[in-house]
Design a protein around this ligand. Structure first.
Ligand code: ATP
Ligand code: ZN
Length: 225
């Protein structure tokens, strides 16, 4: 078993949030020795362990209280929260800070040749996405009867493959959409990386450590502004 007195933080093992999350931890003075293959990384100067996992697993690890803190994109966090609420599972957490990286938007895009006026144009259509709960909430808010079709990858090729009429996917520059003959039409959700904490109270020692780290994070973010 791991040492329960050490603050356990989940971060994405490799992907768009990994480098910025590690850079932030280093910028606030946490020394880390990261070995690429390993699930756990220990800090050499603070009682902190990193758990390096797929980003999809991070909201659940925090909500189940398996880790104390997690760095995660709001898109993934909100989707997992809706999914867990629907399944009547524990979905509580606290957001400590909204961070200055990981910015992207979850958008609806349609094939260039499709006639699109507004979201009502999707009435009766199928929309491929990795975020069915966020998309279905959006459809419900807009009073549109459209169907979310879950795909965990290659969402942008779904219309060409005849799997869906449109897509709802993460966009930052729009280059991937353009390369696939898709046009961005509606933003469903704006996202950034956030630092979250489990809902159950931490030990006094761990909470004191978190309280010491947060002002340093604020300092690093302000210095970049
Ligand atoms: P994993 O193997 O950990 O599951 P992944 O392929 O699901 O990785 P990434 O592509 O690394 O995830 O994206 C992780 C997060 O980075 C996204 O959920 C989102 O919050 C953020 N992000 C920022 N910009 C983009 C973008 N242009 N496209 C996709 N995600 C982005
Ligand atoms: Zn993922």
């Amino acid at each position: 078993m791991s040492d329960s007195t050490r603050l356990r933080i989940a971060i994405q093992k490799s992907g768009r949030l990994s480098d910025d999350s590690i850079a932030l931890l280093k910028a606030i003075g946490i020394k880390l020795q990261i070995r690429d293959r390993l699930l756990i990384a220990h800090s050499t100067n603070e009682p902190i362990d990193l758990l390096r996992v797929r980003d999809d697993d991070i909201p659940g690890l925090v909500m189940d209280g398996v880790v104390d803190l997690g760095f995660i994109g709001e898109n993934e966090l909100e989707e997992k929260m809706l999914e867990r609420q629907a399944a009547k599972k524990q979905a509580a957490f606290n957001t400590l800070r909204r961070l200055d990286y990981g910015g992207c938007r979850l958008s609806i895009a349609v094939p260039n040749e499709m006639a699109y006026e507004n979201i009502k144009s999707l009435e009766g259509k199928k929309v491929a996405t990795t975020y069915p709960f966020l998309l279905e909430r959006f459809f419900a808010q807009k009073n549109v009867n459209a169907q979310a079709v879950m795909l965990t990858g290659s969402v942008e090729v779904a219309p060409r493959a005849g799997v869906a009429d449109a897509i709802c996917d993460l966009v930052s520059t729009g280059a991937t959409l353009e390369a696939n003959g898709l046009c961005e039409e509606d933003v469903v959700f704006n996202s950034k990386a956030v630092l979250i904490q489990k809902a159950d109270a931490l030990s006094d020692e761990k909470q004191a450590l978190v309280s010491r780290l947060l002002p340093r994070i604020d300092g690093v973010i302000q210095a970049k502004e």
